[in-house]
Design a protein around this ligand. Structure first.
Ligand code: C5P
Length: 225
């Protein structure tokens, strides 16, 4: 290992992966990166400029101009920006341009928890732990619906459900880095779990994996008989 441990937390929209990943990072003493915010920040730049988020040239210019202070959850919330993000995220050159930064962040000691769609499959395929967080479409829509109501909006459940279904479709069917479960990922289905129970299960898993790494991992005694 490079002196850094990486936990990849992937999953569909509104699965609770970012909340879980953030708490996991705090509990494990690791840095946290919500990689979706990078795509959201690029999407927002294009929306603000009135440019179609599918325009490759403009999206690449937006990546090059991106400032760290723009990558901030509060200003990037909302379905409109999420949808723009999923459009820029389908452009291969945009994904490629954002890769080195994510990898550097992940491997900076002591390591990091990264949440996203392709962390375990593309960004950090060698992550020490990969968790795929999921929940049924209806349950994710219900959580998103409640979240919007808490924010004072008046959403229609059917519309929230349709938007999520469309985002799932775009994220899983795109040609480059589609959302999929890495072969060696641990799948955490939170349909029947609240946030606390999901976090407790993930933390147990992380502790078990890292205890095993310390004994038999790449730097452990088994590699140097
Ligand atoms: O996770 P979040 O909903 O904020 O992500 C917004 C969009 O960014 C997703 O719908 C997805 O298309 C894209 N994304 C991605 N790869 C990641 C993180 C997010 O393609 N690692």
């Amino acid at each position: 290992m490079s002196g850094a441990v990486v936990v990849a937390v992937d999953g569909p929209a509104a699965s609770g992966k970012s909340t879980l990943a953030k708490k996991l990072a705090a509990a494990l003493g690791l840095a946290f990166l919500d990689t979706g915010l990078l795509y959201r920040a690029v999407g927002k730049r294009l929306l603000d400029a009135g440019i179609d988020p599918s325009c490759e040239r403009a999206a690449l210019e937006a990546v090059a101009a991106l400032q760290p202070e723009e990558v901030e959850a509060e200003r990037l919330a909302g379905e409109r920006i999420g949808e723009a993000a999923s459009k820029v995220a389908a452009i291969p050159s945009v994904r490629a341009a954002l890769l080195p930064w994510q990898r550097r962040f992940a491997r900076t000691p002591p390591g990091a928890v990264l949440a996203g769609r392709d962390v375990g499959t593309v960004v950090c395929p060698d992550a020490e732990l990969k968790i795929f967080v999921t929940a049924s479409l209806e349950e994710r829509a219900r959580r998103r619906f409640e979240e919007l109501r808490r924010r004072g909006e008046a959403p229609m459940f059917a519309a929230v459900l349709d938007e999520l279904r469309e985002r799932d479709r775009r994220d899983t069917e795109r040609a480059v880095a589609p959302l999929r479960v890495a072969d060696d990922a641990w799948v955490l289905d939170t349909t029947e779990l609240d946030a606390e129970a999901a976090f407790a299960a993930a933390l147990r898993r992380a502790k078990a994996v890292f205890a095993r790494c310390a004994v038999t991992g790449p730097t452990g005694p088994d590699r140097n008989p």
